[in-house]
Ligand binder design. Sequence first.
Ligand SMILES: Nc1nc2c(ncn2[C@@H]2O[C@H](COP(=O)(O)OP(=O)(O)OP(=O)(O)O)[C@@H](O)[C@H]2O)c(=O)[nH]1
Length: 221
Amino acid sequence: MSDSEEDSQDRQLKMVLIGDGASGKTSLATRFAQEAFGKQYKQTIGLDFFLKRITLPGNLNVTLQVWDIGGQTIGGKMLDKYIYGAQGVLLVYDITNSQSFENLEDWYSMVKKANEESEVQPVIALVANKIDLEHMRTVKVDKHQRFCQENGLISQFVSAKTGDSVFLCFQRVAAEILGIKLNKAEIEQSQRIVRAELVDYPQDEGLITQDSNQSKICSVQ
Ligand SMILES: Nc1nc2c(ncn2[C@@H]2O[C@H](COP(=O)(O)OP(=O)(O)OP(=O)(O)O)[C@@H](O)[C@H]2O)c(=O)[nH]1
């Protein structure tokens, strides 16, 4: 292959998503690669792959090979092999499930073990998913920050459901792998703006009782 042909080929980066079952790994991969979200939980058996091409600052095209590893693989023989050679690792937990955060210690140990003999260590991000469920949060932000500081991890809060910061998360890890600095404007551009649904509660309950025949059921047609 000539130099020019080689130049025109995208750089490929292997990124693995690991963490407990139901923390939202498949949902994050699907949101990132296909801009979609499904409410139904379907357990990943083994692993799934997704490919997505992104452009980093400086017009650099990279193809991310996203390995969505099923939560049930922990303790299994194949996990080491799945993680091996990854340039980026996303350690995913669910902010409404403390156990999924506690178990990250084990997942993190697996990453370190799988890369024991590699010269290059992967870039690792701690990914707090389901931030649309902030009202059900059980994992304190402090705990998240401490884990990142102690282990030198990238910190990211996301929601696969709304899409909030999902693209940014993958982009930050890819940029870090390639030694590219994202400026503030680039970061802001990647953060999807989430519109909160406003519920217009009646200010004065008395107004409702005035007309007792009035239905309170709202149907959407
Ligand atoms: N509210 C909310 N639900 C989410 C979010 N991400 C995922 N879910 C839901 O959580 C459930 C589990 O999501 P998955 O993406 O299948 O989880 P997983 O980590 O891939 O699970 P395994 O395949 O068992 O490893 C599904 O019902 C998703 O719809 C999120 O950001 N917000």
